[in-house]
Design a protein around this ligand. Structure first.
Ligand SMILES: [Zn+2]
Ligand SMILES: [Zn+2]
Length: 187
């Protein structure tokens, strides 16, 4: 079975990883395997912004991807940016092997509110599906309830559901290798 590797960049949040992994496995029909945490790439911190460079994180993930893994998803607690945007919840290579999500702004604590772990886990699952969706060639979806809809804030994240709409789900299936041949199945 095709494998999606999941890896923490920096200090891991095991509860988030344990919540994201089955969601990814279910949405993409892949086996999910967790790798040993990666160090934050040196040079990815923009000291002036106090944020971390998402494309640099993707480069690190690309280098860390095992040959056996079709995709790799990084999960970081650091606040990410790309040079043209003030922040991003995540970043992915369109049709490529790497994606990263940031938990920083998905946390209620970022807005000065009491932390809400179930809400953080739910948001992390949605953004993991969103970014990995891009790696399978999915673009932003006009359906506000679909995880592939664009989120520029947590309000939009919370409006989304955790299941791809029918057309996004069909695209994912097109990108899914056919199941094992019958002789490879166990009873
Ligand atoms: Zn997107
Ligand atoms: Zn959709």
């Amino acid at each position: 079975m095709s494998v999606i590797a999941v890896v923490a960049i920096g200090a891991p949040d095991d509860e988030v990883l344990a919540s994201v992994e089955p969601a990814v496995a279910g949405a993409f029909g892949r086996e999910v395997r967790r790798l040993e945490p990666l160090a934050e790439p040196s040079g990815s911190l923009d000291a002036a912004r106090g944020q971390w460079n998402a494309p640099e994180m993707l480069k690190t993930l690309l280098a860390a991807r095992p040959a056996s893994a079709e995709r790799i998803l990084g999960v970081t607690g650091r606040d990410l940016f790309i040079p043209v945007l003030s922040f991003v919840f995540g970043q992915a290579q369109m049709d490529g092997p790497t994606a990263v999500i940031s938990l920083a702004r998905l946390s209620q604590a970022f807005s000065g509110l009491p932390e809400d772990r179930p809400l953080l886990l739910q948001r992390a699952r949605k953004e993991a599906l969103h970014e990995l969706g891009h790696t399978f060639g999915l673009v932003h979806c006009p359906d506000a309830a679909c995880p592939m809809s664009l989120s520029t804030g947590v309000v939009q994240v919370d409006r989304k559901g955790e299941a791809f709409c029918a057309s996004c789900a069909a695209l994912v299936r097109e990108r899914t290798p056919v199941a094992m041949p019958p002789e490879g199945r166990t009873r």
